[in-house]
Ligand binder design. Sequence first.
Ligand code: SMG
Ligand code: MG
Length: 369
Amino acid sequence: MKLASVELLRLEMPLVSPFRTSFGLQTGRDVLVVVVHTTDGVSGYGECVALADPVYNEEYVHGAAYVLAQYLVPPVLAEPHLTATRVAGLTHGVVGHRMAKGALELAVLDAQLRTANLSMVDYLGGVREKVDVGVSVGITDTVEELVELVGGYRAQGYRRIKLKIQPGFDVAPVAAVRAAVGSELALQVDGNTAYRAKDLGHLRQLDAFDLLLIEQPFEHDAISLHAELARRCQTPICLDESLTSAARTAEAIGAGACSVVNLKAGRMGGYLEARRAHDVATALDTPVWCGGMLETGLGRAANLALASMPGFTLPGDISASDRYYAEDVTEPFVQVDGQIAVPDGPGIGVTVREDVLADVVRSRQLIRE
Ligand code: SMG
Ligand code: MG
């Protein structure tokens, strides 16, 4: 396969409702999409999951677009025998920028699979036609508002809810939600690195609410602190931001810092590294679930394929399209009984709705050799 050109699209997608985490408020999504065009006329799409600002990790959309145009795309455009597995090697000289690299690799993979008429689920070795999904619910102004929101998602059929927490908004809201929903609904929490060592004792109070897991309470590099919490707490500890590669995942599991893995391909540099992390975690008997970054249908399609792999035994942060966007750039994903169907068409298995895309595209950059 040889690429003729690469396009970088910037989309402005308003969220149906604001989403607050311990690191800030998202009211819309500034999305970067990498589109590769092969010399055979096949196009492939890769959504970059970097946020507009460097607040979840160090990457941000503007920087990702720059590093792609300046450093990552040129060697990939020049490669005469391109495959997705070659992208990591071709871009290895650039340190970090995993989300940018992952988007480019995904676009190449999509084009490669569409050319071969093979679905991403089959390429990755997925084993499910539908996957269990949940909703990640943001921090609210009041506990009553949170209880109401959770009740609404539950009524829609979601069987697992993740609550965002931060110091000052944790034990009381979690207690109120657990009291309101009863013992059946699966609940978990995500601190997005907002806690410090002094909060260890405080976080242990979450043991009272029968949570599936506590996700990333401490900073990215605080592996031993997470291990300390895991020793002191009964609730399983899950890592997100800390897990930047398959090797890092194995180390964190080995260190006792992580007994459940949140797998996000972008955070690890792409779906091929995510597949390796899945394999490592599964070999170490550690359950995996698929994280989310408020993706459009393009990224969501790829996440559904990933989540169909055998080690994904917990519901993912992959909600129906209408939880995020009034109009999505692909056909919408619907949730039925807490599950979403995995696309089985060639590549990521979805088509771009050009009319919707035209409404949300803010810029296009075309790169040729
Ligand atoms: O895509 O449903 C989704 C969002 C899931 O909570 C979610 N993601 O730390 O896990 C996480 C966050 C990161 C993105 S928040 C803008
Ligand atoms: Mg998280």
